[in-house]
Write a protein that binds this ligand. Structure first.
Ligand SMILES: Nc1ncnc2c1ncn2[C@@H]1O[C@H](COP(=O)(O)OP(=O)(O)OP(=O)(O)O)[C@@H](O)[C@H]1O
Length: 300
């Protein structure tokens, strides 16, 4: 299955928030929707979920307008939205029934997920008696219990301790392996990098870059070298400002152009005691900083 947002535009009053957003996500893969605060991620997700309509553009599944009666979506919102005073099992079962499950199937699925997430002992408690992280795991059950084809997780790891983060990682991997479309929205680049095959970075209501993460990295301009050496001072003395010391004490060398890479590598190896020299590969964080923009939300 392929999910696509095509040329989505949306304004709130005079403010144009989405200015022609298009991206695609596929079954059995995780997709990362990134962008700075206010870039338009949540608005895109709400349109995708039919919370409100777009002014222009379409949401497609396999090239046809999405049919919300047929395509189930599970959503873990950033602002968690369950009833604090209600008994956990009652509200989880209720939400699964709202998504079209029979009472029996809903109860069975909710029990499975409570067990899977280590929450079975809390099933008859009120939500507000649980810690923040455990409340989040309960909310996760509402996103998964009805076995949706599209799972949208907004900052799913925030507030989870390392053990629960590992548990969630396993669950996410299972969802991907089961052929779901998993759509992540997160500012935690390490998780996006770990799971997501493809990404889109939104910048001020537009897609600044999108595609397979490994392709984006490969196409990133390859005009810097990373060098490990016992003689950093000598290299710095020769190259001056083109050379910076990195946090891990390696040297980063800026080339005049990507074409200079071979000659600079050969020069370094010939002249200095070099342990390792390679082309700098950007992290997702580097890519984000470059494409997500530096404008402040209030300036828009
Ligand atoms: N209902 C609304 N009415 C008016 N403006 C809105 C509304 N919803 C969102 N906006 C504005 O749209 C812009 C995009 O907001 P959105 O919540 O989509 O950003 P985001 O990328 O999800 O940000 P964050 O990372 O902070 O969650 C913001 O400037 C926000 O103030």
């Amino acid at each position: 299955m392929r999910l696509e947002l095509r040329n989505i535009e949306k304004s709130f009053g005079q403010k144009k928030v989405l200015k022609g957003v298009s991206f695609r996500a596929e079954s059995g893969k995780a997709f990362g929707l990134l962008g700075r605060n206010g870039a338009g991620k949540t608005t895109s997700i709400r349109i995708l979920m039919d919370v409100f309509p777009a002014d222009r553009g379409v949401v497609l599944v396999d090239d046809r307008n999405i049919d919300y009666k047929k395509v189930q979506i599970g959503y873990l919102p950033e602002e968690r939205g369950l009833y604090p005073k209600k008994i956990i099992i009652d509200q989880l079962t209720y939400f699964a029934e709202l998504k079209g499950m029979s009472h029996k199937a809903a109860a069975k699925s909710v029990d499975y997920w409570l067990e899977r997430l280590g929450m079975a002992e809390y099933r008859n408690k009120r939500l507000d008696t649980l810690s923040k992280g455990n409340q989040q795991k309960i909310q996760l059950v509402t996103a998964l219990a009805h076995d949706p084809a599209i799972v949208i997780l907004d900052e799913p790891f925030s507030g989870l301790d390392p053990v629960n983060a590992m548990l969630l990682k396993d669950v996410v991997k299972e969802q991907i392996a089961a052929g779901k479309i998993v759509l992540f929205s997160s500012h935690q680049m390490n998780y996006i990098e770990e799971f997501c095959d493809s990404i889109a970075i939104l910048n001020d209501g537009r897609v600044a870059i999108q595609g397979e993460l490994h392709e984006i990295k490969r196409n990133y301009v390859r005009d810097r070298l990373v060098v490990r050496t016992e003689q950093p001072d000598r290299i710095q003395a020769e190259l001056g400002e083109r050379c910076t010391v990195m946090e891990d004490e390696g040297l980063m060398i800026q080339l005049d152009s990507a074409n200079d890479k071979k000659s600079m590598m050969a020069h370094l190896i010939e002249q200095y005691d070099i342990d390792e020299v390679k082309v700098f590969e950007p992290s997702l964080n580097d890519i984000f900083v470059e494409y997500a923009g530096d404008q402040k939300e209030e300036q828009r």
